[in-house]
Write a protein that binds this ligand. Structure first.
Ligand code: NAD
Length: 307
């Protein structure tokens, strides 16, 4: 398989590294900055004898090298600075996304596109609209990351391994993230039986603010290790045709009473991209929050058309 990663910044290069270490696909790293993808690709090649991976890695500024990609991961765009919301990136990153889609899709018309650039839900919509690809082949990464953050915070709170914590977040990548306490378990026990209401809310709020917490610490740039891992979890499901159910930003067609908007929902991911949106048993309050998140994203996507 061939995977192109557009944007060889922190998230792009971390994702590329993890894909190479899995030994399942050749990787092309592309960026507008001359020398950057080439330098990172060379560095990754020099790690191959130590790590033992064999796939080819190409660093380039020429989209001809990306032709025939099975998967395109788009990380091109500006990250946040301290005090910025993801939405502050909308105008700048919309221009970059349109440019990238126009250049990368003609050579890879059958690719599955995974969007990472922020604001995530709106950039995924823009990528789908401007590519004209079937919506099941354009999806966004946010839910895997938000869920991983929540799982880690729960594990830290309870002093257990993150491996025994299961939790999922839906909705949008931002303040309208929908946490599902009734569906979260620790060692098989429902989370609400293990922590009180105040602790639950504190854990969810820290998850909502998880990206900003790291931006404030780093001062320049945003998180990239957990985002890189999260993208590659989605790539794994596609490459291995795993039919894994992951929270991803996917196009809704009536599920949860929501239609025609990209939204964070659990979806079965395989070689075809989003093969099915899985409908969890949500109560009225959870459904209301999910629909509110959907309407927030729909409104921002309408704003995109004014740009
Ligand atoms: N979805 C998520 O959960 C999530 C998580 C982390 C970061 N992000 C987002 O991912 C994006 C990348 O973050 P980062 O930390 O890697 O940033 P970064 O600044 O390290 O890298 C971005 C790269 O994009 C390149 N680029 C800019 N315009 C381009 C264009 N037109 N064509 C090709 N490449 C171009 C830049 O040269 C740079 O190398 C940001 O928008 C960030 O907010 C999303």
């Amino acid at each position: 398989m061939k995977i192109t990663v557009v944007g060889s910044g922190f998230v792009g290069q971390t994702a590329a590294m993890r894909m190479l270490e899995r030994n399942y696909a050749d990787v092309v790293l592309i960026d507008i900055v001359e020398g950057k993808p080439q330098g990172i690709a060379l560095d990754l090649k020099e790690a191959a004898p130590v790590e033992g991976y064999e796939p080819a890695i190409v660093g380039t500024n020429d989209y001809a090298d990306t032709a025939g990609s099975d998967i395109v991961v788009i990380t091109a765009g500006l990250p946040r600075k301290p005090g910025m919301s993801r939405m502050d990136l909308l105008g700048m990153n919309a221009g970059i996304m349109s440019d990238v889609i126009a250049k990368v899709t003609p050579g890879s018309p059958d690719a599955i596109v995974i969007v990472v650039s922020n604001p995530l839900d709106e950039m995924t919509f823009l990528a789908a609209e401007s590519s004209g690809f079937p919506k099941e082949r354009v999806l966004g990464m946010a839910g895997v990351l938000d869920s991983a953050r929540l799982r880690y915070f729960i594990a830290e709170e309870l002093g257990v391994s993150p491996n025994v914590v299961h939790a999922m977040t839906l909705g949008s990548h931002g303040d309208a993230m929908v946490a599902l306490p009734r569906h979260a378990t620790v060692d098989g026990k429902p989370l609400p039986e293990l922590v009180d209401e105040a602790a639950l809310e504190r854990l969810f709020q820290r998850t909502r603010d998880g990206g900003a917490e790291i931006v404030a610490l780093l001062k320049t740039g945003s998180a990239y290790y957990a985002p890189g891992s999260s993208v590659v979890a989605m790539v794994d499901a596609i490459v291995n045709d795993a039919k894994a159910v992951l929270p991803v930003c996917a196009w809704t067609t009536g599920q949860y009473g929501v239609s025609d908007v990209y939204l964070g929902v659990p979806a079965r991911i395989g070689r075809g991209g989003v093969e099915e949106i899985v409908e969890l048993d949500l109560n009225d309050g959870e459904l209301a929050k999910l629909r509110e998140a959907a309407e927030g994203i729909r409104a921002k996507c309408a704003d995109l058309k004014q740009l």
